[in-house]
Every structure is written in C-alpha cells, then in structure tokens.
Write a protein that binds this ligand. Structure first.
Ligand code: NDP
Length: 334
C-alpha cells in the first residue's frame, strides 16, 4: 500500500514499532470516539449494513459521562443522567450490530488508494475505507483541586446544559472570551446574579458581546480577579475565593454554581498536519457535510464544531457522517 499520510502524535505510544504495512483487520466502517456523535454514526452505519467497528477512546461515552442531569436532549421528558443516556446510545448502537471496543487509536495513516489504517493501543491494525472521526473536545478547566472535587456538584463547563439548575440563584462564570460572555448572558436570564470573573482588566470577546455583558444589569464583572479556590460545604458549591490582582488581596463571594468558560480543546492531535483545521484545532469539514479533505474520512461532533457543542447537534452530525460514509462507499463500489 502506498501511504500518502503518516503520523504518530502520541508520545505515550509504545516504543516497539508496529509494521504499518503488516496484516490489518479489514472493517467496512471504523468510528473513532464514543460520544453522541460516534454512537449516532454507529446506529446509522449499522442499520445501513456497514458493520461498523467503534473504538471508544480514552473516555468511553465522552463528555456527557462527566455531567449529571441532561434535560435538554429531546425524548427524555423527565431528564436523564449523562452516563445513563450514553449507555442507552451504546445499547442502541449494539442492537444493530455495532462492534464496540475498548481502546485508543494511537496512530493513523491515510492511504492514497483510499484504504486508511488505524493503530489501536499501539498494537493492533485496522484498515478501513470509511473512517468516521468523532473524538470530541475537552473543556479546559482551571486545574484547581477544589474545582475537581465539586465537578457535577456546582461546577460545570456548560451553562446551556446546567444553567437551568440555578434558577433565581447566584452564580459565577470564569473567562473573558465569547463563550464566557455568551454563557454569562444566558445565565443572566435564568439566575438572579451572575459574576464574571475576568483575569485581566479587559475582555477577549468581540466588542458586541462585551457590550452586551457589560450592559446587563445582573452581570457584575470582577476585573483582574483570579480564582484561587472553589468553596463548598463538602456536598455542593457555596462560594469562591478570588484574588483581586490589582489590590493584591483575597475576596470571597457567595454563589451556588460555578461555570468554567475558558475554552475547549478539540481532540484532533492525531490528525494534525493532515486534515484542515482552524487555529484552535477544530477539523474543517466541507460546509453542510461531514467530509474532510481526504476522501473516505469524515468528522462529526465537537471535534469539528466550535460553535454549538451540544449533544443533540453532535448526534445530528454523527448521522450526517454515517450517511456521507454510506454514500461514499456506495459510489465507490456500486
Ligand atoms: P477564548 O480562547 O476565546 O477565550 C478564553 C477566555 O478564557 C479568555 O478570556 C482567557 O483570558 C480566559 N482564560 C483562559 N485561561 C484562563 C485561566 N486559567 N483563568 C482565567 N481565565 C482564563 O475561548 P472561547 O471559548 O471564549 O472562544 C473560542 C472561540 O470560539 C473564539 O474564537 C470565539 O470567538 C469563538 N466563539 C464564538 C461565538 C460566537 O460567535 N457566537 C461564541 C463562542 C465562541 P485572556 O483573555 O486573559 O487570555
């Protein structure tokens, strides 16, 4: 096989080199990642008879496994726990024959002949003509121990998902970009008061978003403040300890919910230099499709979506990827 693309981005991949031209397990459709996008792609691909194999990745079930209640996914009128919902997705994908496997894709090669290869766990090779990338994105966190302790118990990285739980309460959001402003405005329509904790004395967000946040009566911007600790009663968040960087002194505020909006990192390192990406690393797809610039390689979900990042939009794009893959294979093989 003549490979046009070669890469190895995981420094943690085992040293012992696998012969990339060696024997590989052929699969019709390989799905990498197991969030709403991956599982929806799997359901559609399986029902189309593509016998998909899914390699689940580092965090089986994706970002939703770290949230508690999901109330905005249609079809669950009483809400559902994130991990439970992902189990349902998995069962549905398996019901139609998806081969769901634990494992991490550690290396990929894109063949000029349209046969793409993936190394799983540094030791097994899979070859496919239809590769669906659904590796998701990871929210960035401050890295505080207290932030970790109250994750899902007052700390969240998604205001659209969890803001509703703080109706008429006081919350804080950290960050000064468009996401922080947008989410602060969203929260300001639900919550009594929203503190925006901004580490500099200016916002990074676009001017129009800045003005909206600044002008909103129940948003108070705490300029030049750093978050030092998320305070809690052992069960839930009760406040924040901040440092006023200009005055050089600590400040405490009382809040019920703490939102982190300091950016996301798309999980696209594996494909860097080979697929087109924006400056942050989101994979670019042809508008209105899931097609990347390499034939037979499709991307769906948060790894290609810097804007919406919702479970339902990820699922929708997973469906698109499976349909695109099915049509691609159909056109190729008749
Ligand atoms: P950004 O990278 O644009 O902003 C991150 C913000 O978080 C910055 O204000 C940054 O501060 C702050 N930050 C980073 N690390 C820390 C930290 N450790 N402690 C405190 N604050 C921190 O990310 P966004 O998610 O806001 O936006 C990503 C991209 O998506 C942008 O291009 C944005 O324009 C776009 N976007 C567009 C939207 C729209 O058009 N409707 C909506 C949402 C996003 P500092 O400024 O000091 O670096």
């Amino acid at each position: 096989m003549d490979f046009i693309k070669k890469m190895d981005v995981t420094s943690s991949a085992p040293e012992a080199e696998l012969d990339m031209k060696g024997p590989a397990e052929p699969v019709e459709c390989l799905i990498v990642g197991s969030g709403p996008a991956g599982y929806t792609a799997a359901i559609y691909a399986a029902r189309a008879g593509l016998k998909p194999v899914m390699v689940q990745g580092m965090e089986p079930g994706g970002q939703l496994t770290t949230t508690t209640d999901v109330e905005n996914y249609p079809g669950y009128p009483d809400g559902i726990k994130g991990p439970e919902m992902m189990e349902d997705f998995k069962k549905q994908a398996q019901r139609f024959g998806t081969d769901v496997r634990y494992g991490l894709v550690t290396k990929v090669e894109f063949g000029a002949d349209g046969k793409h290869r993936a190394v799983v766990d540094g030791e097994r090779l899979i070859e496919t003509e239809a590769l669906i990338i659904a590796t998701g994105a990871t929210a960035k966190y401050l890295g505080l121990e207290s932030e970790k302790r109250y994750m899902g118990h007052g700390v969240s990285a998604c205001a659209t998902c969890d803001g509703f739980f703080y109706k008429n309460m006081d919350v804080a959001i950290v960050g000064g970009g468009d996401t922080a402003c947008e989410e602060a405005l969203y929260l300001s329509n639900i919550c009594k008061k929203v503190y925006m904790v901004v580490r500099r004395d200016e916002l990074r967000a676009s001017k129009v978003m800045q003005q909206r946040a600044i002008n909103k009566a129940n948003i108070e911007i705490l300029w030049s403040h750093e978050t030092e600790e998320v305070l809690g009663d052992g069960e839930v968040v009760t406040g924040l300890r901040l440092r006023d960087r200009k005055a050089g002194k600590p400040v405490e505020i009382k809040i019920d919910g703490f939102f982190v909006a300091i950016g996301h990192k798309p999980n696209s390192d594996l494909f860097k230099g080979y697929l087109d990406m924006d400056e942050v690393g989101y994979i670019k797809t042809q508008p209105g499709t899931s097609k990347t610039k390499i034939p037979g390689v499709f991307a769906c979900g948060d790894v290609q979506d810097p804007v919406y990042r919702q479970a339902v939009t990820a699922a929708g794009s997973g469906c698109m990827a499976a349909l695109d893959a099915e049509r691609y294979l159909g056109a190729k093989h008749g």
